[in-house]
Write a protein that binds this ligand. Structure first.
Ligand code: SF4
Length: 360
């Protein structure tokens, strides 16, 4: 059993962890989880797409790529005032982190002042801020960090070996470079990947190895199950076995013991039992009350019911000014008293589907 933070994992070591008897894997993951986190606390993020569709990249899972006909309506960059209104609603309804995603190869110079105003405005509300905007140059990362951006999401998506089957318009090294720029600018990293894209188990292991062997583990590690969207090249990919997905979560927990492992896209097609296994395996972060890409996340009532059944409660950011609200929120969850507790981005603007956990 290990609780140390390592950055030198070898494939055969990860393979042995991944493929040990399921009960042993779950016990090890749950033990590591309990050594590092409140086992019944789940961090909750809300997402907003601030610029949707017409992306020049060719990520084969993504309906926002301009190369595929998926019916996504393209949007211009959302006005700062609207973003701040959505953030205020998210805070009012219980979110602790507000993630803003834009379908870009990278932000342009002309976009930066607006992005900086968004970060400053959301930060001023007491929310943690996260953005996913594609590749970042060092100076862009510095500017966003200076504005108060806490997290930057940039996924590795899959193993280095399988990567070219999924994306050809940017390299694995491009992604690693952006993660370096984010770190050097002093921001926290959100980086994970997608499974169920037709990859082999060794690729899932390779993805986890790449993440776990970064010089600093990402603070957040979203593990997505492919959401198959009609019109994308991966629309007809065979389903990944859900136990294999749970094994991926458990292995991520063991390899990156202090990171938040996020149960991300694909959750809406999972049974409560599979989601419960993911929480047992060490997943301790979710998105809720919004849409992931063009596909529904489980609705808020389902999330609330599942939290109640499992005795889970939402983690809150630790700010003195937030303590009273946090206590109230936990009471409300315990009592299931407030139907408006979970932020519903779908009632705000369904066209602004999430891109954060999957895109980029
Ligand atoms: S995942 Fe991101 S970079 Fe790739 S096509 Fe979609 S929006 Fe563009």
């Amino acid at each position: 059993m290990t609780n140390s933070v390592r950055h030198d994992w070898q494939v055969d070591e990860i393979e042995a962890l991944f493929n040990q008897p399921f009960n042993d894997l779950m016990f090890q993951a749950q033990t590591v989880h309990r050594q590092n986190f409140d086992p019944n606390s789940v961090q909750i993020s809300t997402l907003l797409s601030i610029k949707t569709g017409a992306c020049p990249e060719d990520c084969k899972y993504c309906p926002q790529s301009a190369r595929y006909t998926t019916g996504i309506e393209k949007e211009r960059l959302m006005q700062v005032e609207i973003v701040l209104k959505r953030a205020a609603e998210a805070k009012e309804n219980g979110a602790s982190r507000f993630c803003m995603g834009a379908a870009w190869k990278h932000p342009h110079k002309r976009d930066m002042p607006y992005l900086i105003d968004m970060v400053k405005g959301v930060k001023a509300m007491g929310l943690e801020t996260c953005m996913t905007l594609g590749m970042l140059a060092p100076e862009q990362a510095q500017s966003l960090s200076a504005a108060g951006l806490d997290y930057y999401n940039h996924n590795l998506d899959t193993s280095e070996e399988y990567y070219e089957q999924i994306i050809t318009t940017r390299t694995y090294q491009d992604r690693l470079d952006t993660l370096d720029h984010v770190r050097e600018a002093g921001m926290k990293v959100c980086s994970g990947g997608i499974v169920g894209m037709g990859e082999q188990q060794l690729d899932r292991i390779g993805l986890l190895k790449s993440l776990a062997n970064l010089a600093h583990h990402p603070e957040s590690v979203p593990i997505n199950m492919l959401v198959k969207v009609a019109g994308t090249p991966l629309a007809d990919t065979p389903d990944l076995d859900e136990i294999e997905f749970v094994r991926t979560i458990a292995t991520a927990r063991i390899l990156m013991p202090k990171s938040y492992v996020r149960l991300s896209a694909g959750r809406e097609t999972m049974s409560e039992q599979t989601q419960a296994l993911c929480f047992m395996a060490g997943a301790n972060s979710i998105f809720y009350g919004c849409k992931l890409l063009t596909t529904d996340n489980p609705d808020e009532d389902s999330d609330k019911r599942l939290f109640k059944k499992l005795g889970l409660h939402p983690a809150r950011i630790r700010e003195a000014s937030d303590e009273a609200q946090s206590a109230q929120l936990l009471d409300e969850i315990a009592e299931q008293a407030s139907p408006s507790l979970f932020y519903d981005a779908t009632t705000v603007d369904t066209k602004h589907a999430d891109t954060t956990s999957v895109a980029h």
